[in-house]
Design a protein around this ligand. Structure first.
Ligand SMILES: *[C@@H]1O[C@H](CO)[C@@H](O)[C@H](O)[C@H]1NC(C)=O
Ligand SMILES: *[C@@H]1O[C@H](CO)[C@@H](O)[C@H](O)[C@H]1NC(C)=O
Ligand SMILES: *[C@@H]1O[C@H](CO)[C@@H](O)[C@H](O)[C@H]1NC(C)=O
Ligand SMILES: *[C@@H]1O[C@H](CO)[C@@H](O)[C@H](O)[C@H]1NC(C)=O
Ligand SMILES: *[C@@H]1O[C@H](CO)[C@@H](O)[C@H](O)[C@H]1NC(C)=O
Ligand SMILES: *[C@@H]1O[C@H](CO)[C@@H](O)[C@H](O)[C@H]1NC(C)=O
Ligand SMILES: *[C@@H]1O[C@H](CO)[C@@H](O)[C@H](O)[C@H]1NC(C)=O
Ligand SMILES: *[C@@H]1O[C@H](CO)[C@@H](O)[C@H](O)[C@H]1NC(C)=O
Ligand SMILES: *[C@@H]1O[C@H](CO)[C@@H](O)[C@H](O)[C@H]1NC(C)=O
Length: 329
C-alpha cells in the first residue's frame, strides 16, 4: 500500500515536472522576447527560419541545444536515463526508475526528429522568397518614433487557378505614414506594392486598434504567369487591439481580405500610441489565441498540483491509520 502510494506520488511529480517543462516555453511571454531578437534575421538566419516555420518557440529553443545531445545519446542511451532519475530526490525504490525511463526515451526521439528539419532548412536558405522575415518597422515623425511594429508579413492567394504567396522582404521595405493624436497610418512600401494599417485610438475605451487594412500588390503568384494587380481594402475593422500605451502581441494570424487573398501576420508586436520614453513597446497584450494557450498550460499545471496534494493527503491519512493500529494491508 505504502509503496504503491509513494510510487503514484513520484509518477505524478514526474508528469508534472515534464508538463511544466513543456508549458513554460509555450507561455507567450517568452515568445515576445523572441520577437525582439528576430529583426536581426540577416545575421542569425538558421535560427530565424526555424522560428518562422514553427510558430512555437519551443522548437527553436530545443534545436539550438539538441545537436550536441543527439550525438551523444545514440551511444550512451543507458547513461542518460540514469542522470534523469536523479532529479526525484525522495525516491529510493527501484520501480520508479522504470516508470521514468520510458518518458525520457520518448522525449529524445522528438528532439532527434526536430534536428533534421533544422539541417534541411538552412540548405535552401539562400533563396529569399521562401523565407519569412520579421521586419522592424519604425515610423518616425519630427525625429520621434511614434509607431513601432515588429512582424513578418505574407500575402497569400488561394484560388482555384493559382495558389501562392508573396513574402514582404523587410530590408527592401520602406516605412511611411503619419501619426496623429488618435489616428495613425503605417504604410509599408515595397517595389511590388504596399500594405497600409490604419490605427485608431479610442480614448473612451482606452484602446488602440487597427480599423482599416489595405494593400496593393502587383505580383505573379504562379511561375510563367503574367503579373497581376491585387487589391484589398477592408474598413470598419477591429484588429490588433491593445490598451493605450500597451503593445499588441500575437504569434500568428491569418486574415482573410476577400477574393481569395489572405494577409498572414506572424510574430507580431505593434504599438501605435504612447510608446515608452525610449521609444520601446509597452506591456504586451496577448491575442486570444496566445492567451488561451497560456491558460490551458496553467490549467493543466494547477490540475496536476491538486492531484499531487490529494495523493499526498491520502498517503498521510493511510500512515496515520497504520500508526493508530488500523492496518488494512
Ligand atoms: C515545423 O515546420 C515544418 C515546416 O513548415 C512542418 O512540416 C512541421 O510540422 C513543423 N513542426 C512543428 C512541431 O510545428
Ligand atoms: C526601431 O527603434 C528601435 C528602438 O529605438 C530600435 O531598436 C530598432 O533598431 C529600430 N528599427 C529600425 C528598423 O530602425
Ligand atoms: C489551391 O488550393 C485550393 C485549396 O487548397 C485548391 O482547391 C485548389 O485546387 C488549389 N489550386 C491550385 C492551382 O493548386
Ligand atoms: C535582403 O535580404 C536578402 C536575404 O538576406 C538578400 O538576398 C537581399 O540581397 C537583401 N536585399 C537588400 C536590398 O539588401
Ligand atoms: C497613409 O500613408 C501613405 C503614405 O504616406 C499615403 O500614401 C496614404 O494615402 C495614407 N492613407 C490614408 C488612409 O491616410
Ligand atoms: C475611432 O474610434 C472612435 C472611438 O471609438 C470612433 O468614434 C471613431 O469613429 C473611430 N474612427 C474611425 C476612423 O473609425
Ligand atoms: C499563415 O498563418 C497561419 C496562422 O498563423 C498559419 O497556420 C499558416 O501556416 C500561415 N501560412 C503560411 C503560408 O505561412
Ligand atoms: C475583408 O473584406 C472581405 C470582403 O468584403 C471579407 O470577406 C473579409 O472577411 C474581410 N476581412 C476582415 C479581416 O474583416
Ligand atoms: C498617451 O499620450 C497622450 C498624449 O501624448 C496623453 O495625454 C495620455 O495620457 C497618454 N495615455 C496613457 C495611457 O499613457
Amino acid at each position: 500500500m505504502k509503496k504503491a502510494v509513494v510510487l503514484f506520488v513520484v509518477a505524478c511529480c514526474a508528469v508534472s515536472v515534464l508538463s511544466l517543462a513543456e508549458e513554460k516555453p509555450s507561455a507567450t511571454m517568452s515568445s515576445a522576447k523572441q520577437f525582439d531578437v528576430s529583426p536581426s534575421s540577416t545575421t542569425s538566419q538558421p535560427k530565424t527560419t526555424t522560428a518562422m516555420a514553427n510558430t512555437t518557440t519551443t522548437t527553436s529553443k530545443t534545436t539550438t541545444t539538441t545537436p550536441k545531445t543527439t550525438t551523444t545519446t545514440p551511444k550512451t542511451t543507458t547513461t542518460t536515463p540514469k542522470t534523469t532519475t536523479t532529479t526525484p530526490k525522495t525516491t529510493t525504490t527501484t520501480p520508479k526508475t522504470t516508470t521514468t525511463t520510458p518518458k525520457t526515451t520518448t522525449t529524445t526521439p522528438k528532439t532527434t526528429a526536430t534536428t533534421p528539419k533544422t539541417t534541411t532548412t538552412p540548405v535552401p536558405g539562400p533563396t529569399p522568397p521562401t523565407r519569412v522575415f520579421v521586419g522592424s518597422y519604425n515610423l518616425t515623425e519630427k525625429k520621434v518614433v511614434c509607431l513601432r511594429a515588429n512582424m513578418a508579413l505574407e500575402i497569400q492567394l488561394s484560388a482555384a487557378k493559382v495558389n501562392g504567396s508573396f513574402i514582404v522582404q523587410p530590408n527592401e521595405t520602406k516605412t511611411e505614414g503619419s501619426c496623429g493624436e488618435t489616428k495613425a497610418n503605417l504604410t509599408l512600401v515595397f517595389k511590388e506594392g504596399f500594405i497600409t494599417f490604419m490605427f485608431n485610438k479610442s480614448v473612451a475605451d482606452n484602446t488602440a486598434y487597427v480599423d482599416a487594412l489595405s494593400f496593393k500588390l502587383s505580383y505573379s503568384f504562379a511561375k510563367g504567369e503574367a503579373r497581376q494587380e491585387y487589391r484589398a481594402d477592408n474598413k470598419s475593422l477591429h484588429l490588433f487591439a491593445a490598451k493605450v500605451s500597451h503593445c499588441y502581441s500575437c504569434s500568428g494570424e491569418m486574415l482573410y481580405m476577400g477574393n481569395g487573398l489572405y494577409l498572414n501576420v506572424t510574430k507580431n508586436r505593434m504599438q501605435a500610441f504612447n510608446l515608452t520614453k525610449s521609444y520601446d513597446f509597452g506591456q504586451p497584450d496577448m491575442c486570444l489565441a496566445d492567451k488561451t494557450d497560456y491558460r490551458v498550460a496553467i490549467g493543466v499545471g494547477v490540475t496536476l498540483l491538486v492531484l499531487i496534494v490529494i495523493v499526498v493527503l491520502a498517503y498521510l491519512v493511510s500512515r496515520r491509520k497504520r500508526t493508530d493500529g488500523y492496518q488494512t494491508l
